[in-house]
Write a protein that binds this ligand. Structure first.
Ligand code: AMP
Length: 284
């Protein structure tokens, strides 16, 4: 039977997914998401489409990676619109399981990539990265992809996943997608839709500040990182971004804080605007 143009196979249960996957005769590229799809997600899908293999996108809002219950409750849910976007990009399969299917009532296992979560978002979001690594490993086990694509916007998440794949001998090639931004520089995020009008005007300052310190310290080799952090901190405070969760400069692989900056180090920030916490990063 010939395949319909723009057909998107939607799978909800693990059993039907297993049966479906058995019949596939191509490698699989997998793009995990929590939905409310924006151009950042779509850019990852476009990378996947270029591989010319079977594309699977998942939409699953993973409760065990939310350390704040309210954040989970208000997380945007736009499944019908998401499906249209996946069809437009000719994605082959959407895996959109329900919670009960993924976590049975006796669920009790945890995947913890220890050192890479000690810093940055790991500090203020206890349990977040364990919950994330656990669901990603579950999704990998269900879908058995050959490739998986993650965005550099969540660069700590990306490094944790890469480490998990090495540590647990997962034979999956991890592909990295660059950060996609609005015209005003704001990194795209599903949570941006929850910002108030005022905070939406302030939010682009996050990237403006990152670009400013990168420009001022282009010859950054051996510059004291505290100097750069202070400059960015002052810029944020002076521009109305007063609730700074962290500003850190870290080695891009170990994610440990650096004292003197070298090329390739990453400056990473988390800032709260109203009830919404936004993250961004830029590499020196
Ligand atoms: P999420 O739905 O927020 O869990 O994100 C799913 C994937 O999309 C993750 O790999 C994110 O890093 C990636 N992603 C989210 N926002 C962006 C963005 N603005 N640019 C590139 N990738 C992104």
């Amino acid at each position: 039977m010939s395949k319909k143009v723009n057909s998107l196979k939607i799978l909800k249960s693990i059993n039907s997914t297993k049966k479906y996957l058995k019949k596939l005769d191509k490698p699989i590229v997998f793009i995990p998401t929590m939905g409310a799809l924006h151009n950042g997600h779509l850019s990852l899908i476009e990378i996947g489409k270029k591989l010319d293999v079977h594309t699977i996108v998942s939409i699953f809002i993973n409760p065990i990676q939310f350390n704040d219950k309210k954040d989970l409750e208000k997380y945007p849910r736009t499944l019908i619109r998401d499906i249209e976007k996946l069809k437009a990009l000719k994605v082959d399969t959407l895996f959109a399981p329900n919670i009960k299917n993924i976590f049975d009532k006796n669920f009790q296992t945890n995947v913890s990539v220890k050192n890479l979560q000690k810093n940055l978002c790991g500090l203020n979001r206890p349990g977040h990265f364990d919950g994330m690594a656990t669901i990603v490993l579950k999704l990998f086990n269900i879908l058995k992809p050959d490739y998986a694509i993650f965005g550099k916007k969540d660069f700590q998440q990306l490094e944790i996943i890469k480490r998990m794949c090495l540590d647990l001998n997962l034979n999956i090639k991890i592909i990295e997608g660059k950060i996609i931004r609005e015209k005003n520089g704001l990194a795209m995020s599903s949570r941006n839709s929850l910002l108030t009008k005022n905070n939406l005007l302030l939010a682009p300052k996050i990237y403006e500040g990152l670009k400013l310190v990168k420009r001022d310290f282009t010859d950054c080799n051996q510059v004291n990182s505290q100097l750069v952090i202070k400059k960015l901190n002052d810029f944020y405070i002076n521009n109305g971004l007063k609730r700074i969760d962290y500003i850190e400069i870290v080695d891009k692989k170990t994610l440990e804080k650096v004292r003197k900056i070298k090329k390739g180090d990453t400056i990473a920030v988390a800032v709260k605007l109203g009830k919404i916490r936004l993250i961004d990063n830029l590499q020196f």
